[in-house]
Design a binder for this molecule. Structure first.
Ligand code: ADP
Ligand code: 6PG
Length: 208
């Protein structure tokens, strides 16, 4: 039987039963410099929530990956289509009322503003109301450099250790944005648990 909306709630026509609107879904972007652990944490978080996972590295053009592998930082022009592709992926999930976890460096406010537009109702600057939230993993330069060096030496990633400096130089966090900053040296499962606890009331997902 078709439902109808009554006073912001769905009613089963004829049955008299009121059903709350479905939760609108939440996007959690795990952000930070290369090597901070965002892919590791984001994949575990999506798994725990039973929701979709968007890995930003999978949205880079071949040209972007090739440039970074040569040790050349991306320009904002290189980043824009990448960020827009991630914004669109977020918008699709939120449009379906689903949660989604995204792993993306999102180092600057202007990059995060593109991702926030994944919430079609987002008004620039209304950070608290936005359905796109950010969790930033932070660690010392030494810890980050060691992780990236080890990962590159194992041959599993295009990002060279030489780009760590430019990543750290770009990272900006503005207090007004309300970004959750987490110690990236904590065990990944502890970061996942703390993140779920923080956003529990806003998540559509009940699978954790
Ligand atoms: N919480 C953690 N504690 C210790 N090592 C970690 C942690 N998270 C990730 N790592 C390791 O650090 C390296 C970089 O992690 P990765 O998830 O690829 O980072 P990013 O996606 O931010 O570049 C990997 O070798 C990974 O196994
Ligand atoms: O795992 C990593 O090392 C990062 O995710 C990396 O692959 C990311 O794609 C770059 O950070 C490019 O973007 P920025 O130059 O904007 O950080």
């Amino acid at each position: 039987m078709d439902g109808e909306t009554v006073g912001g709630r769905s009613a089963m026509a004829g049955s008299g039963l009121l059903r709350p609107d479905p939760a609108p879904g939440l996007a959690i972007v795990v952000m930070g410099v290369s090597g901070c652990g965002k892919s590791t944490v984001a994949a575990m978080l999506a798994d725990a929530l039973g929701c979709g996972f968007v890995e930003a590295d999978d949205h880079h053009s071949h040209a972007n990956k090739e440039k970074m592998s040569r040790g050349v930082p991306l320009t904002d022009e290189d980043r824009l289509p990448w960020l827009e592709s991630l914004r669109d992926a977020i918008r699709i999930r939120l449009g379906h009322g689903e949660d989604v976890v995204v792993s993306c460096s999102a180092l600057r406010l202007k990059y995060r503003e593109v991702l926030r537009q994944g919430d079609g109702a987002y008004k620039p600057g209304s950070y608290a109301a936005c359905r796109v939230k950010f969790v930033c993993l932070e660690a010392s330069t030494e810890v980050i450099a060691e992780r990236v060096r080890r990962r590159a030496a194992e041959g599993g990633h295009f990002m060279p250790a030489s780009l760590v400096r430019s990543q750290l130089d770009l990272l900006e966090i503005n207090a007004a944005e309300g970004i959750t900053v987490v110690d990236a040296t904590l065990p990944a499962h502890a970061i996942v648990e703390a993140t779920i606890a923080q956003f529990r009331d806003e998540l559509a997902s009940t699978a954790c």
